[in-house]
Write a protein of this length. Structure first.
Length: 213
């Protein structure tokens, strides 16, 4: 996100992502970024650091906390109008070829009194199981010590709001839903093969239903 962060977790200062990055290994010249001067408990180059974590303090840096709250309260994008028969056919095909194994066709409901303040008893269908899978699109980025298998895992992306998007997959490499499906492999290889074998009517119905999300 390009946010330089320090956090306090039960009195421990977490500085892993606290200092200003160096794009391509080249430090940014003074005045071109938000580098702070540092201070007690704050490394130089930290933007809006927490400071001392004494007394068992737990605190998330402001920029990250505000970004988290912003994302939490975003409403789902409304669906576009679609012929109910096409939507039913498309959803049936989506389920039949296995896409719904990860992109679940189920409703989630928020608790009656959510602790984070979002609307209670709110029904939404993000079309995700929110689990990680190896579908052949992982970019091999992970933490130090992660196995190759771990770095191939990607969390199932929700499909709502597809009609707002012009690029697909986590890195935007696909220019259409069809291209994104073609990039699926690994655990999703069978679904990709089944999609490629669809007749024109079923394929068009499925894509129309997805494009209405």
């Amino acid at each position: 996100m390009g946010i330089t962060t320090q956090h306090c977790i039960k009195g421990a200062s977490v500085l892993t992502f606290a200092t200003e990055s160096k794009p391509n290994g080249i430090a940014q010249p003074a005045g071109c970024d938000d580098r702070g001067p540092g201070g007690p408990g704050i490394p130089a180059g930290t933007d809006d650091g927490v400071g001392s974590c004494a007394g068992g303090l737990s605190e998330i840096q402001d920029d990250v906390d505000l970004f988290f709250k912003f994302m939490t309260f975003l409403a789902p994008a409304p669906r576009l109008a679609i012929d109910p028969n096409i939507n039913l056919q498309g959803g049936t095909v989506f389920n039949r070829i296995g896409c719904a194994g990860c992109h679940l066709l189920k409703d989630y409901v928020t608790p009656s009194r959510p602790a984070n303040g979002v609307p209670g008893n709110f029904t939404f269908r993000p079309r995700s199981d929110f689990l990680v899978h190896d579908i052949g699109t992982g970019d091999m980025i992970g933490n130090k010590g992660d196995s190759t298998a771990t770095t191939r895992l990607m969390r199932t992306a929700p499909l709502w709001g597809l009609h707002h998007r012009t690029r697909f997959l986590h890195d935007g490499r696909a220019g259409s839903i069809t291209e994104a499906i073609a990039a699926h492999g690994g655990q999703a290889a069978a679904s990709r093969t089944a999609f490629n074998a669809l007749g024109t009517s079923d394929r068009n119905a499925m894509l129309a239903a997805m494009n209405s999300d």
